[in-house]
Design a protein around this ligand. Structure first.
Ligand SMILES: [Zn+2]
Length: 560
């Protein structure tokens, strides 16, 4: 019987831990649950290892890694990872795709990389929080406006402050909505909008707002890392944060990881490399495979697939530094996508102008989002402007959108559909891994107890055994090996371990062969050995080993 997990709500750390343990109790044959380290605040960072161990140990199979909630406030990412785990466990033996994948491959699923930060944002007053638990909410700013739930309604909202210098005015259609005052526009009632809070060392003139120091684990990885002065949120040094360090160790210790998806919630879009370069500077073969795999993702999720650098980096002079995907793809050559699972504007029917912009939205767009929030989120998403006597700013109003439960995360009733379509893409991406197959192992008698052993290995996967050109360039791709082990026989010629280099996937054949197109590389290779039998029943064991494409063993028992 399927274990039931409610996919229409969010879970705090205690609830999530209990759920994962109940999955482990119910699926002990498929799931290995373990902690890969502790957060700054001492919480476990859980990983679910899901495979059918009967068909081979996890580390001998191509792996797919699902990463969630590196950013504290992106709660829906954890929901997708939990759904992926549940979907794999409950559909094994029922669904063909799931059964095949768990027989041939392994999934490593990390549902919450940043449990300390998640708690801060998941519970009242629902803080906008990116980083981990190194700093408390009181420590992330030293002066100026300090966010605080001053009207004690359980939410951090906005303050609407009358100010003749203000850049906001009430919408003429709906006084709850604030629209930007145009350049040169005079003669109305104007306002300033500030996050709800008190001002430390207030000079009676300005309301300065410091960038918070909560950090960004997704700038703490050892690829193209830059310090805080260059990259906001970078941390003291690469992998200075325990969560990033534990994850990096985990990825290094699992060199079978061939594909991964890092989940976020900033717009409904699938992000692909490069993070730092134009497409024209990428390997054309890597670019093609990202576009072709991305097209599958777009078909399944409805999200467009775009380059992080070209379409998600507004200022090209400031590419991101120290990102997880930068490390996994640009350094290690793992095929990595980052999926942003939530976009309230698309949901509300607003036409998107760009994937990442902070430009104030027009009146019509705001109205659509507002109406949508009232209907779909209700009280948790919007509070009407309420008069408040601010000790420093005088008469203000507090209200507006609760960002965590509107712009940052979908309401519970939409979660399951979002999770499902994204997990379908994860499964298809996972299935694109290289998969080596020992096609034949034959023994040819040469007389005088001598035999020639010939083994042929091919790659059945979409991806090559090196995964990417960048893995070759960085010399991180281990060659495919054929090894021979003998019982009752001795090896006469050729080494027992033969390096074969790499086997191509079908990714490079995205059009019929042409002398001007991508040229094709070998998809299969062979090795030969000469052996002399020493007993009547010798055993010849040939193993094909690929770091990313799995292991396949065949045994010949005499008479050959
Ligand atoms: Zn994010």
């Amino acid at each position: 019987m399927k274990v039931s997990v409610a996919h229409n709500r969010y879970y705090d750390y205690e609830e999530l831990s209990a759920l994962l343990k109940s999955l482990e109790n119910n699926y002990p044959d498929l799931l290995n649950l373990y902690s890969i380290g502790h957060s700054f605040g001492g919480r476990d960072i859980w990983v679910l290892e899901i495979t059918n161990p009967v068909t081979g140990p996890a580390d001998s199979k191509p792996a797919y890694y699902i990463d969630a909630q590196i950013h504290a406030e992106e709660h829906a990412t954890s929901s997708v990872a939990l759904y992926a785990s549940w979907y794999l466990l409950t559909n094994y033996g029922i669904d063909e795709e799931v059964t095949r994948l768990l027989d041939q491959q392994v999934f490593y699923i990390l549902p919450r990389l940043n449990p300390d930060g998640a708690e801060l944002s998941l519970k009242e007053p629902y803080r906008l929080w990116c980083g981990n638990g190194r700093f408390s909410p009181d420590e992330i700013r030293s002066s100026g406006l300090i966010e605080q739930d001053i009207d004690e309604n359980g939410m951090l909202l906005r303050m609407r402050v009358p100010d003749p210098k203000g850049e906001w005015k009430k919408s003429a259609k709906d006084s709850r909505l604030m629209v930007q005052r145009e350049p040169g526009e005079e003669g109305g009632d104007y306002y300033r909008l500030y996050p709800e809070g008190l001002i430390r060392d207030f000079d009676g003139i300005d309301v300065p707002i410091e960038q918070p120091r909560d950090g960004n684990l997704n700038r703490n990885f050892p690829a193209n890392w830059a310090p805080e002065t260059v990259e906001y949120g970078a941390g003291e040094a690469p992998l200075s944060e325990p969560e990033a360090s534990a994850l990096a160790r985990f990825i290094l210790d699992h060199p079978n990881i061939a594909g991964m998806c890092a989940y976020h919630t900033h717009g409904g879009v699938i992000l692909r490399p490069s993070m730092t370069r134009y497409d024209s500077e990428m390997s054309p073969r890597d670019l093609t495979l990202y576009q072709d795999l991305g097209a599958v993702g777009s078909k399944l999720t409805g999200y467009p697939t775009i380059s992080i650098f070209e379409e998600f980096t507004p200022d090209k002079s400031k590419p991101r530094h120290g990102g997880l995907m930068d490390w996994t793809y640009e350094e290690m050559g793992i095929i990595s996508f980052g999926t942003e699972v939530w976009d309230i504007e698309i949901e509300a029917g607003v036409k998107k102008e760009a994937f990442l912009n902070f430009h104030p939205k027009g009146e019509e767009a705001q109205q659509k989002v507002f109406d949508w929030v009232i209907e779909n989120v209700g009280e948790l998403g919007w509070r009407d402007w309420t008069p408040f006597d601010h000790p420093q700013l005088g008469q203000v109003e507090i209200g507006g959108m609760n960002y965590i439960w509107t712009y940052r995360n979908p309401p519970g009733h939409l979660l399951e559909n979002i999770c499902h379509k994204n997990v379908l893409f994860n499964l298809r991406h996972a299935a694109a891994a290289p998969r080596i197959c020992l096609e034949t192992v034959v023994a040819e008698p040469l007389g005088n107890d001598l035999f020639k052993i010939r083994a042929v290995v091919t790659n059945h996967g979409y991806l090559p055994t090196n995964l990417s050109d960048i893995a070759l360039k960085n010399k991180v791709a281990k060659p495919v090996q054929l090894t021979i082990e003998l019982e009752g026989a001795e090896l006469v010629m050729n080494p027992a371990i033969v390096d074969l280099g790499h086997l191509a996937g079908r990714n490079e054949r995205s059009h019929p062969w042409s002398p001007w197109g991508q040229q094709w590389s070998p998809v299969g290779k062979s090795a030969e050995w000469l052996i002399r039998t020493e007993t009547d029943q010798p055993i010849v064991r040939v193993k094909a080993i690929s770091q990313k494409g799995g292991t396949h063993t065949k045994e010949l028992v005499s008479p050959f």
